[in-house]
Design a protein around this ligand. Structure first.
Ligand SMILES: NC(=O)c1ccc[n+]([C@@H]2O[C@H](COP(=O)([O-])OP(=O)(O)OC[C@H]3O[C@@H](n4cnc5c(N)ncnc54)[C@H](OP(=O)(O)O)[C@@H]3O)[C@@H](O)[C@H]2O)c1
Length: 326
């Protein structure tokens, strides 16, 4: 496993991060702990979660994934070796103030996450998305105070359009506050334009770290989906809504061809493609089993040549498409 510097920060993370949307939803606590154990064995040192994860499914509740990770951190006794990221923004209860990026909610949300994660600090605290109702200055001042108290080490922004990140960077600069150091956008070979069009120039200019999510298009790019083929998973509706477009089925054909040539799986080629993108520090993986995790981390062994990348780029090029097709 290689370790890469996270943007302009002083820390290094593994070339892939282990995600946890599925922990406490698609997979139970025991299976989640097995995946986390295996991830560490394979050299992964970074974990991504969020305070709302785990709210789906029959007995789900917001914070279930953090509870599962917290129990694992306690059991494994390797908290200090892990770069732990969590997020806030989403509704944690029906209380009107139990959401968003106000000073009040930031303090409450962090307290809740640290309790569930059984830790007294969070390495990277992400805003899950922007808060149009709270002044950015209030948010950045609250984060800065928490960084000064040592409860957070770095802050990051997920699902933000470029102008919102720019505004936050500007506010941080103007008032001498801590700034967003890491972005967490969706990014995969079937969903390129939102990240590549506006965020990549920003990432490069301001030397931001990027831990992108959904490298497999939540499963679409694994070969388990076809126009007339659907796997049994609660994620199927989301995949259909986001990825079922004629152009994306063409991308699957190219992935399949290159996977065959490399004696690899389609999932590995899709992950490898993200890893080959210079502006990305590390994609976040979403594996449900040890086997899937081994397969997905195995993508790091694959070297895509110029010609492979060109074929994949041509199949997924968004610049020639009109807005509605992207
Ligand atoms: N910031 C955000 O808003 C945001 C949003 C989404 C995710 N994330 C983070 O990013 C992580 C990864 O996102 P993601 O789950 O969307 O990632 P993904 O890698 O695009 O999709 C993961 C899904 O692909 C399927 N899968 C994974 N490995 C496979 C394999 N080897 N073979 C066949 N199928 C495989 C599984 O689908 P099934 O479960 O359907 O079987 C799994 O749930 C999350 O865990 C979370 O930490 C962040």
């Amino acid at each position: 496993m290689k370790y890469v510097k996270l943007g302009n920060t002083g820390i290094k993370i593994s070339q892939v991060v282990i995600g946890s949307t599925n922990m406490g939803w698609r997979i139970n606590e025991q299976a989640s702990h097995e995946v986390l154990d295996k991830a560490v064995e394979l050299g992964v040192n970074a974990i991504d979660t969020a305070n709302i994860y785990g709210k789906w499914g029959e007995d789900g509740y917001p914070g279930r994934s953090e509870d599962i990770i917290g129990n694992w951190l306690k059991k494994s006794e390797i908290r200090e070796d892990i770069v732990l990221a969590t997020k806030l923004f989403g509704e944690m209860s029906e209380n009107v103030n139990d959401r968003g990026l106000s000073r009040k909610h930031i303090h409450k949300a962090l307290k809740g996450s640290m309790k569930r994660l059984q830790t007294d600090f969070v390495d990277i605290y992400f805003t899950h998305t922007f808060d149009a109702e709270t002044p950015v200055e209030e948010t950045m001042r609250a984060f800065t105070a928490l960084i000064e108290q040592g409860k957070i080490h770095y802050i990051g922004a997920s699902n933000h359009p470029a102008w919102r990140i720019m505004e936050a960077l500007w506010v941080s600069d103007k008032y001498g506050l801590e700034r967003y150091e890491v972005l967490q956008p969706v990014y995969n070979i079937a969903k390129r334009h939102t990240y590549e069009q506006d965020l990549v120039p920003l990432v490069e200019k301001y030397k931001l770290g990027v831990t992108s999510y959904s490298p497999l298009g939540t499963g679409f790019l694994t070969g388990r989906y076809g126009k007339d083929m659907l796997p049994e998973t609660p994620r199927v509706d989301g995949v259909k809504r986001r990825y079922f477009k004629d152009r994306n089925f063409e991308i699957l054909k190219t992935l399949k061809k290159i996977a065959k040539e490399k004696d690899a799986t389609m999932a590995q080629i899709a992950i490898s493609w993200v890893v080959h993108q210079e502006s990305v520090t590390a994609p976040i993986l979403g594996a449900n089993t040890i086997e899937q995790l081994e397969e997905n981390v195995g993508a790091l062994e694959i070297k895509l040549k110029k010609d492979d990348l060109q074929q994949l780029d041509e199949a997924s090029d968004w610049k020639t498409l009109d807005e509605l097709s992207r």
